[in-house]
Ligand binder design. Structure first.
Ligand SMILES: Cc1cc2nc3c(=O)[nH]c(=O)nc-3n(C[C@H](O)[C@H](O)[C@H](O)COP(=O)(O)OP(=O)(O)OC[C@H]3O[C@@H](n4cnc5c(N)ncnc54)[C@H](O)[C@@H]3O)c2cc1C
Length: 414
C-alpha cells in the first residue's frame, strides 16, 4: 500500500468531486461507499446548480412562525414535535443563527463558495464527458402574491450584493417564459446563472467512471470508524478489513457523524429531510427549474419526467416517509401546473445540515489527517465542485481559492 494514499468516504456529489480534485493533483485515491455513486441525497434533488443560493433557511422571520410550523397544517417547513425534543440543542442553535447578523455572515460565507461554482463544477463535468447532461436556461423563482414578493426584495438585494446576476420578472412575463404555468403568480426573478443537470445520478456516475478510468480505486463498503496510527496516518475500519491512509476525507453527507473513532470531533450535524414527487409524462411542460417560493419547492424537468422536489421536514434519519408531505407537494404542483398528468415515483432524501447552514470543510481538531467535507444542506449538488477543490488545497497546504475560516469545524468546538 502506498503510504501517501488518500481515502474519500462517500460517492455523493461532494465525495466524488473531492476524489477527482485530489486525483487531478497527482494523488493516489480510494473512494468508498456501500451504495452506488450518486444514489443517496445526491440522487433525487431538484437537480439545480444554483450559484445564486446564498440565502439560508435560517431567517429572521422564521422565529415568529415556529409555533405554526410545529403544530399547523402542512407547510413548506414542518417539525415533528417529538423529534424537536430530541434535537433541542441543535434546534436552539439553528434558531440562534436566525438573527440578522448571523444570517448575514452565512450569506457572505456561502456567497464566497458560490462565486466559484461554475468554474469548479464545469471543469469536472467536462473532464467526465457529462456536458450533454447540463442545461443552461437560468432558474425562474416565483412568488404567489405581491406581499411575499415585496418581502423578498431584501434577500434579492443581498443576492445581488454577492454578485449574482438576476433579472426581475413581472407577473405578465411569467407566461412568456413558461406558458404552462397557471396565471397565479405575482412575478419573481430569473437567476441567469442557474443551470441544471438533466440527471444528477448519471452525472455523478460519469464523474466516478472518469475517476476509475484514471486509476482511482472504488470500493463498495462502509467505513465503521477511523483511528489514529501515527501523526500523519490513520486507519479506516471497513466492514471486513482495515486499511491505513495518509489523509481521509469525510464526505458521507447526512451520515458523516455516524462514523466512529477517536479522530472524529462531535459536530452538530442533523438532517433537513426533503421529498420529491415525479410526474413521468410531463418533462417538457417547463423549460427550466421553477422555484415556488411560497410552497418551498422546485418544479424541475429531468430525464425521467417533471420532478417536484423540496420542502423541509425535521424528523431525523430514521422516521418513515410522511405521505402528507408528498400530498402537499403534489397539490401545490398541480396548482402551479394544472395540466400535470399522473403522479409517479416519490422519494425522501436527507440534506446534511449544521445549525448555521454552512458546511464543515477543514481538518479535524483531533487529527490532521482527517478532513471534513459535509453539511452542504440545500446546495450540495451546487457546492460539490468547489468543495472538492478546497479540500484538495487544504490537504496539499496550498493557498486556498476561498478563505476556509468560516467553514472550520472549530466554530462548533468550545
Ligand atoms: C428534496 C431535495 C432537493 C434538493 N435540491 C437541490 C438542488 O436543486 N440543488 C442543490 O445544489 N442541492 C439540492 N439539494 C441538496 C443536495 O441534494 C445535498 O446537499 C447533496 O446531495 C449532499 O451531497 P453529499 O455528497 O454530501 O451527500 P450524499 O449524496 O448523501 O452522499 C453521501 C454518501 O456517503 C455514503 N456514506 C454514508 N455513510 C458512509 C460510511 N460510513 N462509509 C462509506 N460511505 C458512506 C452514502 O452511502 C452516500 O452515498 C436537495 C436536497 C433535497 C433533499
Amino acid at each position: 500500500m502506498d503510504s501517501t494514499q488518500k481515502l474519500v468516504i462517500g460517492t455523493g456529489m461532494v465525495g466524488s468531486c473531492c476524489a477527482l480534485y485530489l486525483q487531478r493533483a497527482g494523488h493516489s485515491v480510494t473512494l468508498v461507499d456501500p451504495h452506488p455513486p450518486g444514489s443517496q441525497t445526491s440522487y433525487g434533488n431538484a437537480a439545480a446548480i444554483a450559484p445564486y443560493a446564498c440565502i439560508p433557511v435560517n431567517h429572521p422571520k422564521l422565529l415568529k412562525s415556529l409555533p405554526t410550523l410545529m403544530f399547523g397544517a402542512e407547510r413548506p417547513l414542518s417539525i415533528s414535535p417529538g423529534y424537536a425534543l430530541k434535537i433541542l440543542p441543535w434546534l436552539f442553535s439553528f434558531l440562534r443563527h436566525c438573527r440578522r447578523e448571523q444570517v448575514d455572515q452565512t450569506i457572505s460565507a456561502l456567497g464566497a463558495l458560490l462565486r466559484h461554482v461554475e468554474d469548479a463544477s464545469l471543469t469536472l463535468f467536462e473532464s467526465a464527458g457529462a456536458m450533454d447532461l447540463i442545461r443552461r436556461n437560468g432558474t425562474l423563482y416565483l412568488y404567489s402574491d405581491a406581499r411575499t414578493r415585496a418581502a423578498a426584495q431584501g434577500d434579492i438585494s443581498r443576492r445581488r450584493d454577492q454578485g449574482m446576476s438576476i433579472t426581475e420578472v413581472g407577473a405578465g412575463e411569467v407566461h412568456d417564459l413558461e406558458p404552462a404555468l397557471a396565471p397565479i403568480f405575482a412575478g419573481g426573478v430569473l437567476y441567469n446563472d442557474g443551470f441544471q443537470l438533466s440527471d444528477p445520478q448519471q452525472v455523478i456516475s460519469r464523474l466516478v467512471k472518469r475517476f476509475a478510468e484514471d486509476g482511482g480505486e472504488v470500493v463498495r463498503d462502509r467505513v465503521q470508524s477511523i483511528e489514529p496510527v501515527a501523526l500523519d496516518q490513520v486507519r479506516a475500519h471497513l466492514s471486513g478489513s482495515a486499511r491505513v491512509f495518509k489523509d481521509v476525507v469525510i464526505a458521507a453527507g447526512a451520515w458523516s457523524t455516524q462514523i466512529g473513532g477517536s479522530v472524529m470531533d462531535r459536530l452538530p450535524l442533523d438532517t433537513e429531510r426533503g421529498y420529491h414527487v415525479m410526474f413521468p409524462d410531463d418533462a417538457s411542460m417547463i423549460s427550466r427549474p421553477v422555484g415556488l417560493a411560497d410552497a418551498g419547492f422546485y418544479l424541475s424537468p429531468v430525464g425521467g419526467g417533471l420532478r417536484a422536489a423540496g420542502t423541509v421536514e425535521l424528523a431525523g434519519l430514521d422516521a418513515k416517509p410522511n405521505p402528507r408531505r408528498l400530498n402537499y407537494i403534489e397539490q401545490a404542483a398541480r396548482r402551479a401546473l394544472p395540466a400535470l398528468h399522473q403522479r409517479g415515483d416519490t422519494w425522501l432524501g436527507f440534506r446534511p445540515t449544521l445549525p448555521d447552514s454552512l458546511p464543515v470543510i477543514g481538518r479535524s481538531s483531533k487529527h490532521p489527517s482527517v478532513v471534513y467535507a459535509f453539511g452542504h444542506q440545500h446546495v450540495g449538488l451546487t457546492l460539490g465542485g468547489i468543495t472538492g477543490r478546497l479540500v484538495q488545497q487544504i490537504i496539499d497546504r496550498e493557498n486556498p481559492i476561498v478563505d476556509p475560516a468560516p467553514y472550520r469545524a472549530q466554530r462548533f468546538l468550545g
